[in-house]
Design a protein around this ligand. Structure first.
Ligand SMILES: NC(=O)c1ccc[n+]([C@@H]2O[C@H](COP(=O)([O-])OP(=O)(O)OC[C@H]3O[C@@H](n4cnc5c(N)ncnc54)[C@H](O)[C@@H]3O)[C@@H](O)[C@H]2O)c1
Length: 283
């Protein structure tokens, strides 16, 4: 896309953190914005603050893990603003434990939000973008889509590997076919947000782990986020640049992400085992 002014953006997980910063940045570009989130109160507050200066902002309570909610989000966007151009499949959660302590419903929750939420977003919005003749999809992955070995993070990492594979396949297919729709993969490293408290949104029956390894890693993440976390407005600037220049990879911490890929290549070439990973930005 070469022009954002007057166009319409949809951002899932838009009530907090990276999603909120994306919405703010799109408004600064002169776009109309729909934010979707599962947290109703946070969503209402975000709509009020994003729209305080007269921007056109609409909130739609959405659980991205449900296809019917994402379809309703698309209908609400078209009803309100008459089109949709940029779709950020950004909502995400994290929960985990040492491998054998991870209940199946934790795997299901994390995969349903992080992977199926992105899949529903792509399947629902892509036909609208193609029909319209221009558009861009931004899927949020993570450094964990390239780096394994952070203790208790297996479900999250698996879900983000899947988002990476889905997005790369989609990008290649659309480019090869000459479609007018771009795809970017947002790969954040440690960024200031509420992600370390993602279990606030867990469905009934999903129990957070009390294992000491789990508490240790979450403590490390909270402190790294506070001390070294990137301001999400920087991430949002990078996303806008990637949309305007049709770039696939958006790496907020390139050294760390590329370093993880190189470490895997080294392991593949030499047979040396992979190492345990610390949270991004941890000392
Ligand atoms: N913050 C980081 O360091 C970091 C690093 C890598 C990747 N990410 C990814 O960035 C994305 C945004 O997360 P964030 O860091 O801003 O965290 P955040 O918790 O501040 O924001 C996530 C938002 O998603 C919403 N959400 C959760 N479940 C949902 C559902 N089922 N349907 C709709 N909305 C739902 C939450 O209510 C919240 O508003 C996520 O995909 C996350 O995995 C974040």
């Amino acid at each position: 896309m070469k022009e954002l002014r007057g166009r319409v953006a949809v951002v899932t997980g838009g009530a907090s953190g990276i999603g909120y910063a994306l919405a703010q940045r799109f408004i600064a570009e002169g776009m109309k914005v729909v934010i979707a989130d599962i947290e109703e109160k946070a969503l209402d507050e975000a709509v009020a603050s994003l729209g305080a200066d007269g921007a056109q902002v609409h909130g739609v309570r959405t659980d991205v893990s449900r296809a019917e909610d994402v379809e309703a989000l698309a209908r609400a966007t078209l009803d309100r603003f008459g089109g949709v151009h940029v779709v950020c499949n950004n909502a995400g959660v994290e929960s985990g434990a040492p491998f054998l302590d991870i209940p199946l419903n934790t795997w299901e929750w994390v995969l349903k939000v992080n992977f199926w939420g992105v899949l529903h977003g792509c399947r629902t919005f892509l036909p609208l973008l193609k029909e319209q003749g221009e558009g861009h999809i931004v899927n949020t992955a993570s450094t964990a889509a390239f780096a394994t070995g952070l203790p208790t993070f297996a479900p999250y990492s698996v879900s983000k590997f899947a988002v990476h594979a889905l997005s790369e396949n989609l990008d290649i297919e659309l480019r090869t076919a000459g479609e007018p729709v771009g795809v970017s993969l947002l790969v954040p490293g440690m960024t200031k947000s509420r992600m370390a408290d993602a279990e606030r949104n867990r469905p009934e029956g999903v129990t957070p782990s009390e294992a000491p390894e789990r508490r240790a890693v979450l403590d490390m993440i909270r402190s790294a986020m506070k001390n070294n976390g990137l301001d999400p407005s920087v991430t949002a600037d990078q996303v806008v640049d990637a949309i305007l220049n049709d770039r696939f990879f958006v790496l907020t911490h390139p050294e760390e992400t590329i370093g993880a890929v190189k470490a895997r290549l080294h392991s593949m070439e030499t047979g040396e085992p992979s190492a345990v990973r610390k949270p991004s930005g941890a000392q």
